[in-house]
Design a protein around this ligand. Structure first.
Ligand code: PAF
Length: 279
């Protein structure tokens, strides 16, 4: 079984010993409830680094709903068994008081890129992510950090943070892992009903068609409107947003010469699904 470490002191002892031998360290930050998407990040880290740490910490600061935090699945034993198949060298699974001891006062807040889309829908979410990710980088002293492109905006926030604060880590953004029918893997997918699960891939297929149509010359607005109609027609309760944005700054973009990203969020069966693709 993989070694599970709970304190920063113990974690650092291991990391210092690795670094003394000149070994590189990769970190895969997670909140647990692991699926194939997380494992693919860990495998990528395994193939590129001498040592791999996976962190499992359900970060209270990034939830804007207390009930959501309470209900978030905690499946450490199953997660550890999955990580042993990669394998990773160490799991860092601290208690909340280790990460946020009494008197903790600091918030890391990234402007601009964290404000629209998810930032608007989930106030405070990215401050919580930026704060915990900064701490995890400091705690693990990792050379490489692995993040999924499924959370595209989060990835851009982390890249900005690392650049702005001169944190000595290289961020590796990894391809979204999808089910055979195109649905992006997410810990939330298990909350869909059977009928919802069969309809859920429409989110991906609708934005894929919209992106193709835009590349073929259709107007951004028309292509997005058609995608939203398809998603609603498939039985989604609500389309929260479908937006074409500059891939890096997340600002609105109608400049096809710059890399652009189509990002979407929609509700199905009371479950909020997000996805994004390059345009
Ligand atoms: O993507 C996640 O699971 C979380 O936002 C992260 C990066 C582990 C920070 O808590």
């Amino acid at each position: 079984m993989t070694l599970i470490v709970r304190t920063v002191k113990d974690l650092r002892q291991h990391v210092r010993a690795w670094k003394a031998k000149g070994e590189t360290v990769g970190v895969v930050p997670t909140m647990g409830a692991l699926h194939e998407g997380h494992l693919s990040l860990a495998r990528r880290a395994r193939s590129e680094c001498d040592r791999v740490i996976t962190t499992i910490f359900v970060n209270p600061k990034q939830f804007n709903n207390a009930d959501d935090l309470k209900k978030y699945p905690r499946t450490e034993e199953a997660d550890a068994a999955l990580l042993a198949t990669v394998p990773v060298d160490l799991i860092f699974a601290p208690l909340p008081e280790e990460v946020y001891p009494e008197g903790f006062m600091t918030t890391v807040s990234v402007g601009g890129v964290s404000e629209p889309l998810e930032g608007r829908m989930r106030p405070g979410h990215f401050d919580g992510v930026a704060t915990v990710v900064s701490k995890l980088f400091g705690m693990t002293m990792a050379d490489y950090g692995y993040f999924g492109q499924k959370d595209w905006q989060q990835l851009q926030v982390v890249l900005r943070l690392v650049s702005d604060l001169n944190i000595p880590i290289t961020i590796v953004g990894c391809e979204t892992i999808r089910e055979a029918d195109g649905l992006a893997m997410s810990s939330r997918n298990v909350r869909l009903t059977e009928a919802g699960r069969t309809r859920a891939p429409v989110l991906f297929s609708a934005i894929t068609t919209a992106a193709d149509d835009i590349r073929a010359g259709q107007s951004d607005r028309m292509a997005i409107r058609e995608a939203a109609e398809k998603i609603r027609a498939a039985g989604f309760e609500r389309v929260e947003y479908i937006e074409l944005r500059d891939a890096e700054t997340l600002m609105p973009s109608d400049d096809p010469r710059r890399p652009r990203r189509m990002l979407a969020a929609a509700w199905l069966d009371g479950v909020r699904l997000i996805d994004n693709i390059p345009v």
